[in-house]
Write a protein that binds this ligand. Structure first.
Ligand code: KG4
Ligand code: ZN
Length: 352
């Protein structure tokens, strides 16, 4: 059994293949990061055009990498939302054409479910944690943190999710991207903030929005706090002469921001998981690539934690194939009228 997964919800064209045991046979990613970096955020029109150029070669490469023939594919799955409409349409329609040509079922995948199932995909150097096999017996708490979403979802059975908390404003990744912009760092901001924060000699804490009494999050106040402090420190707006800001000041503000995001994410996730009697915690999504976040969660959680390797955290086709496999086993079959679910939140990273 081989499932192909196509991901084009944002600025990565990616195709992955998993076998019936969830082993990743291929995971090819063509990233557009450098194309969008010069604009400080994703330009939707540019993203969809690039997907059109990349989808076919990426798909062909995935088949070669997997060491299989087209005829060995049993299911074609694709992200149908949430994401940028123009980007989703490219991958979904390619999937429809491929499934039709091969005469195999088409299975739609929700991008957020895909992120969660990235933690169930197996690679040569990543096996799943024991508690992940308990799906259906015990609930598993999943923190999904990406550029467009920040959600706490309970996985109650395979493919059965219950949303218990989400951001009321900016997503965590979006906050990283916007804070980075204020600090004069390039897009995407998450890896840049992580890198710069490593050099911080001191930090003066920034506020945390606890949203007490709920499992929700809020990051827009923190973003404003970064902006205000950057102004008072004289590093924002950037010097018109082009002179760069004092790296020590930037590092300390980057670390204060990162510490605040991590503290809230980790504290609230652990509390919710314990309250719900979960078997363990799964951390996924692009922001899960953040090393201090990973370390902090493992350190603070009394429950076991599973975090997929970096390449399964950021947008990728293997996680969509894995989620497609689960959906297929749950009996999901889609037809040619499967439409995209656009999300307006993604693609606004250039706005502070
Ligand atoms: O899941 P993803 O690849 O795409 C979306 O579905 O949004 O997540 C992208 C987000 C970006 O906002 C990026 O800044 C963030 O993940 N990100 C990170 C790191 N690597 C990527 N955030 C914090 N630390 C990182 N190391
Ligand atoms: Zn994503």
């Amino acid at each position: 059994m081989n499932v192909l997964g196509i991901e084009t919800s944002c600025d990565e064209t990616s195709v992955g293949v998993v076998d019936g045991d969830g082993r990743v046979l291929a995971n090819v990613v063509a990233t557009q990061v450098d194309i969008h970096a010069r604009y400080g955020g994703i330009v939707p029109e540019v993203a969809s055009r690039q997907h059109v150029l990349d989808i076919r070669p990426v798909c062909e490469q995935a088949i070669v990498e997997a060491g299989i023939d087209w005829a060995d594919l049993d299911v074609v799955s694709a992200t149908h939302g949430p994401g940028l409409a123009g980007s989703l349409i490219v991958g979904l329609n390619f999937a429809k054409g491929l499934a039709g040509a091969l005469g195999v079922p088409l299975v739609g995948v929700n991008h957020m479910d895909g992120h969660v199932y990235g933690a169930w995909a197996r690679t040569v150097d990543h096996e799943t944690h024991e508690f992940q096999e308990l799906v259906g017996e015990k609930a598993i708490m999943c923190l999904v943190v990406s550029g467009g979403h920040t959600e706490l979802v309970l996985l109650e059975g395979h493919g059965k999710f219950r949303l218990i908390g989400e951001t009321r404003d900016d997503a965590a990744g979006e906050a990283f991207d916007k804070a980075a912009r204020v600090l004069g760092l390039r897009y995407p901001g998450g890896p840049e903030i992580q890198r710069v924060a490593e050099g911080a000699a001191y930090t003066e804490p920034l506020p945390r929005a606890w949203m007490r009494g709920s499992d929700n999050f809020s990051f827009s106040g923190l973003k404003t706090a970064v902006l205000n402090r950057a102004r008072s420190l004289g590093i924002y707006p950037p010097d018109p002469s082009g002179e760069s800001a004092d790296p020590e000041v930037v590092a300390s503000l980057a670390k204060a921001f990162q510490d605040s995001v991590i503290d809230v994410l980790v504290t609230k996730t652990v509390a919710a998981a314990q309250r719900e009697g979960c078997a363990g915690i799964v951390l996924v999504g692009g922001v899960a690539a953040n090393r201090p976040l990973r370390e902090n969660l493992v350190e603070k959680s009394p429950l076991p934690v599973a975090i997929p390797p970096f390449e399964l955290c950021t947008d990728n086709g293997a996680m969509i194939a894995m989620s497609g496999l689960v959906n297929y086993r749950n009996g999901r079959r889609d037809d040619w009228d499967l439409d995209v679910i656009p999300s307006l939140r993604i693609g606004t990273s250039s706005l502070v």
